[in-house]
Design a protein around this ligand. Structure first.
Ligand SMILES: Cc1cc2nc3c(=O)[nH]c(=O)nc-3n(C[C@H](O)[C@H](O)[C@H](O)COP(=O)(O)O)c2cc1C
Length: 342
């Protein structure tokens, strides 16, 4: 007699997986050029970032296959769930880029419609799309039709010159175009990173549409993450700058959200250990020259609260090799141990 047959468990679709991820109200690592690379995603994921988005990848460079574009969109098997973010001002190129990005195996494709940098926005890319919401919706619709993976949009509340911010109306229109979720950096493009993010726009957009809305902007602590979710009812919260040099923020936010627990700040030893690990991993991934330099942006965060941190930071900024960086970090550890033993 045949053994009892168990029905095969249907593997869920990428759309269902994204829904399930967002049902859990994740704390998400923001896309940040020269920051959110494979190494940093791994460090943040190990500390509670449940979803990551790559640095933006230029559509044209992706289509021509430049080395940098390939690096940005290459995902290791354990780098999941991660979305690949693409940007450009030409819908045709974005369609082609989305197809190429899809083949790299991300959880979904994210369209950057929020970058404020003038040389990008002026060309109609990034937040340039906010100057013509109808064109932005049409572009998103084309990309949704071109790929099987979910397509999400990351944008701002408006360009900044409009009499009324377009984001609420836009959220409905993007939903209608088939966009699976929307991340809102709650500033205008003209604000760049100045002023304060106004999370109430994420709430208004969420109330206007039925796709998940992710709130972003000025979430600096676990308390901020809890407040941003509570005030907006968003499906997730995305953290950028506060994670630089402080990847522990994801664990801190998760502990507060799930258990109401305020985690103590990382110890000085934990800070120095992770700085050493991060530097070595960056050098392994990018070579010594780029690897040492790409870590420098994180120094201030890692060394916050470390005795003599500013002096150590200055010394590390002048160190060009991995060996020199590790020696400086080691010397700081030894100094600390001596002070403790005294
Ligand atoms: C150094 C840096 C690089 C960034 N690069 C990108 C990017 O590639 N794609 C993108 O959508 N946003 C990018 N952003 C914007 C962030 O994703 C985020 O929307 C913004 O910093 C606000 O969030 P925060 O207050 O948590 O930092 C970048 C921000 C910074 C500081």
């Amino acid at each position: 007699m045949l053994g009892r047959m168990t029905a095969p468990v249907p593997s869920s679709s990428p759309h269902e997986r994204l829904r399930a991820l967002l049902d859990a109200r994740p704390v998400i690592l923001a896309p940040m050029e020269d920051v959110t690379d494979a190494v940093f995603r791994r460090l943040c994921r190990a500390r509670g970032a449940e979803l990551c988005v790559t640095e933006f990848v230029n559509a044209e460079k992706l289509v021509t296959g430049t080395r940098d574009a390939r690096r940005r969109m290459t995902l290791a098997p354990d780098d999941a769930p991660t979305a690949i973010q693409i940007y450009g001002g030409d819908a045709e190129l974005l369609v082609e880029a989305a197809r190429i990005a899809e083949a790299a195996g991300p959880a979904f494709i994210d369209l950057n419609c929020g970058c404020w940098v003038p040389k990008i926005a002026r060309r109609g890319a990034g937040s340039g799309w906010l100057r013509d919401p109808a064109a932005m919706v049409a572009m998103a619709r084309r990309i949704v039709a071109a790929v099987a993976l979910p397509v999400t949009v990351k944008t701002r509340i408006g360009f900044g010159r409009e009499p009324e911010m377009p984001i609420v109306d836009l959220s409905r229109r993007l939903e209608d175009a088939g966009v699976a979720a929307l991340t809102i950096h709650c500033r205008t493009a003209l604000m760049a990173h100045t002023g304060s993010a106004d999370w109430s726009w994420a709430r208004r957009a969420r109330e206007a549409c039925s796709i998940p809305v992710i709130v972003n902007g000025d979430v600096r602590t676990a308390d901020d993450a809890a407040r941003a979710l509570a005030e907006t009812g968003a499906a997730g919260v995305m953290i950028g700058r506060a994670a630089i040099g402080h990847p522990w923020i994801f664990a801190e936010a998760r502990a507060l959200l799930d258990r109401g627990v305020q985690l103590p700040p990382p110890t000085v030893d934990a800070r120095l250990d992770l700085l050493a690990e991060h530097t070595a991993a960056n050098v392994a991934a990018r070579g010594e020259y780029a690897g040492v330099r790409v870590t420098r942006r994180h120094l201030e965060g890692y060394l916050a609260g470390v005795p003599d941190g500013p002096a150590l930071r200055r010394a590390l900024l002048g160190a060009d090799t991995l060996a020199a960086c590790l020696a400086l970090i080691d010397r700081a550890r030894t100094r600390l141990a001596t002070v403790r033993a005294a």
